[in-house]
Design a protein. Structure first.
Lengths: 135, 135, 135, 135
């Protein structure tokens, strides 16, 4: 069961076409990632207090439909892959079973001192949960 | 002659009513304030390098009409008042002579160490230019 | 008892000073207004379906402290005044008892056809609840 | 020579790490796309007046470094591919020769009536310019 982050779509996020403007999906994904970590027992500030942070290096988004203001949107998020210094999350933004957007992001783990790449910390890996498929 | 900051209204800033959503005006005012300082010979990073910063403590906005995507918008900005540790700027957001919003903001000067109030620094005062009326 | 809208401060809303950038408060107020109406039994889309909308004509904000990412923020909102074609809401954004920002906004009621001012509709007035003081 | 769109990075777009938060790159790409069309002699509102619009169906972004507030950022944009009902643009966001982000987006052409896919209109194709490589 992937973790699901609830999103309250804001009025201001819908554009003249009446649908959520594309950039706000990246705001939702960021919130969902933080939510996943918290759900796994690691708050993002704790991660940083441990001397580590993550940096986004790649994102892919595929839109298959709209999200609209007032819709009860959910963002599913799950771990897709783990490398030595990086990991990938997959996401689906949906209203019920209607998927508006799927996405995948790749993060690298870095030290907060100097921002050099490090192996993905154990505490972070544990919080990300198992590798799962959203579909 | 007040300083005028040009704004390119973004598509995403217009909401379902086809007009710029209210919060983006605060983005425009912030840009215009930075532009006023730069015009006066002081970049905001320089101000901070001198050990000072400003904090927003009050803003008032009055909307009299819309701004729309693609309109050539201008933000007039001028110094309205100077106190001991604070100063006020006034703004008008307009397209040609049609004013969409007038605003006034009050900033206090602070030290970047400890964020305590300080008298408005000379370098900042000089950059803000003379007290002027926008109307 | 005023209505309280919960806000999840987003990572992206905190600026280089580590505090929520001023414009996002207007996003929070807009959310809180919609929440107040829904709490009073009138969804904003319903209001529009009845042929009415509201337009923001004035906002005043006073900041007395910061909001930070991850803080459990609450936005109190209550009806402050009712005029013939307008009404005012007051707001307080706080974390527990620590108030970060107080605000007041004035809206005018308009017809969705032609955007002319109208007396504040009964259904809207009923949803706004009683006039209350936040302090 | 690809078209280059100048971006004034806003103070509010830099996050607690002091770098532009990822979602704002999608704002920059959208601005750059509109700029490319205008440069090619077709304003986006004209396109819509002709009965056509475009919808984003896919975006990929790769970050190789930061953008910071006050940096003179440029967004290069060029046509990458044309299909029957879709076309792809490629982008590079950079400061001088230092590239912060490369991206590719795929749009489909639609009718503004009913939002059904249509062959990419001639007027749009002409405005997009030749297929070019950014690297």
């Amino acid at each position: 069961m992937p973790f699901t982050h609830h999103v309250d779509v804001r009025y201001l996020e819908a554009d003249q076409q009446g649908v959520v403007f594309n950039m706000w999906y990246l705001a939702y994904l960021d919130d969902a990632m933080t939510g996943l970590l918290a759900h796994g027992g690691l708050s993002y500030p704790e991660l940083m207090a441990q001397g580590w942070d993550v940096q986004l290096v790649h994102t892919e988004l595929d839109w298959t439909g709209p999200l609209r203001w007032g819709e009860p949107a959910e963002i599913d998020v799950a771990l897709a892959r783990v490398g030595t210094t990086s990991f990938a999350l997959q996401f689906a933004a949906r209203v019920g079973d209607r998927v508006a957007c799927t996405a995948e992001t790749v993060y690298v783990a870095v030290e907060t001192e100097g921002w050099t790449k490090v192996p993905v910390p154990e505490s972070l890996l544990a919080a990300l949960g198992p590798i799962e498929s959203l579909r």
